[in-house]
Design a protein around this ligand. Structure first.
Ligand code: SP5
Ligand code: ZN
Length: 365
């Protein structure tokens, strides 16, 4: 059985970004989820609504934060929670303003370790790597709601959760926003603040120690954050298909294979801008074979719809019906593995709903 998870608090985050050289409303907007929800409702798909902000304020929440802390620095998490208020108190912005970084941390020859500046203005660039990760008054609430969907979804799949409707749940689609795969645990970027895939892997491990976990990243962009977090980890296989030399520009090459014990457990498939669905499917088959050989007991899919042909941030020739083929191919290859599907990017709002429905149709066929 497939469950779709949603938290209304994820709609609260709505910020700005510097795209090219223009400051605009971020393309990663609440309208994306609203469009997906509308299509799911019309098609009479059940959507299970859960809230991170209500109900369990005790042990459950503490456990969520404990698991987030495994892959995210405490100073970074405190920054996400506090920096907007700090900017308002310092008179840098009004309550409805946005925290944006000015200057980023650079590696130097001084030998000095990275240390967060106390000044909240300077700190914004210490905990970010680009200018598409603004922070507004309700960002943190949405970020935690998004992360909680990954966390609860994983629990459902491991038969752990009080929310589980039964042990026959083998797939969860978590309608996460903001997305996660660009966050490396100490920097926001590419619209991402908490790495939901890393959080899901940690959650699974809490009840299945030593588990082999597979991550398939099919957002148009390379998941630099997920790669970074698991780069030395032999138990997590990260496989990504993404636009070659596209954002985030400095990662995603074929020769990035993991390090130390993790060598071989990171596989990148950069694909030329403008690639056809046939070229895409060829890479997908290869990616899936690697995952199958790894024998994961839990599969995380970082699913982006910015591979869509007319996406403003992606450049592959993929159409709505192709998402059914992609999903069916994944499912056929890894059929008995419980799967958590996490929403990452995808910015053509008018077609997002249809693309999600197409993917779900293929997955269930
Ligand atoms: C989750 C996700 O899909 N994040 C992607 C964020 C991409 N943001 C930067 C895109 C830059 C596109 N190139 C602009 C060139 C302007 N001349
Ligand atoms: Zn993307």
């Amino acid at each position: 059985m497939l469950v779709v998870l949603f938290d209304p608090d994820t709609l609260l985050h709505q910020t700005v970004e510097l795209l090219g050289s223009k400051l605009i409303p971020a393309l990663e907007s609440p309208k994306r989820l609203e469009a997906i929800l509308k299509s799911l409702r019309i098609s009479e798909h059940d959507v299970c609504t859960i809230r991170a902000s209500s109900g369990d304020r005790g042990e459950g929440k503490a456990r969520l934060f404990r698991v987030i802390s495994e892959s995210h620095h405490n100073g970074y998490l405190e920054h996400l929670r506090d920096v907007h208020d700090e900017w308002v108190s310092a008179g840098l912005i009004e309550q409805d303003g946005h925290v944006m970084p000015e200057c980023f941390w650079l590696p130097t020859s001084t030998g000095k370790p990275m240390r967060p500046p106390r000044d909240p203005f300077a700190r914004a660039g210490y905990y970010a790597f680009d200018m598409s990760s603004g922070i507004m008054s309700e960002s943190y609430q949405a970020i935690i709601a998004s992360a909680n969907l990954a966390y609860e979804g994983t629990d459902m799949l491991s038969g752990f959760s009080v929310n589980a409707s039964g042990s026959d749940v083998d797939t969860v689609l978590a309608l996460c926003r903001p997305p996660g795969h660009h966050c490396d645990g100490r920097r926001a970027g590419g619209y991402c603040y908490i790495n939901n895939a890393a959080l899901a892997a940690s959650t699974w491990r809490a009840s299945h120690s030593d588990a082999q976990i597979g991550i398939l990243d099919i957002d148009f962009h390379h998941g630099n954050g997920t790669q970074e977090i698991f780069y030395a980890d032999p138990k997590v296989l990260y496989v990504s298909i993404h636009g070659e030399d596209e954002f985030p520009y400095y990662t995603g090459a074929e020769d990035e294979c993991g390090i130390g014990a993790g060598e071989g457990a990171n596989i990148n498939f950069p694909l030329k801008v403008g690639s056809s669905v046939e070229e895409y499917m060829e890479k997908l088959e290869q990616a899936l074979q690697h995952l199958l050989d790894f024998k994961p007991e839990f599969l995380i899919v970082s699913l982006g719809f910015d591979t869509y042909h007319s996406d403003p941030l992606g450049h592959f020739q993929i159409h709505t019906e192709d998402y059914a083929t992609i999903a069916e191919t994944i499912r056929r290859k890894l059929k008995d593995v419980p799967a958590l599907i996490l929403l990452e990017g995808g910015y053509v709002i008018e077609h997002l709903g249809a693309n999600v429905l197409s993917f779900l149709k293929g997955w269930k066929s």
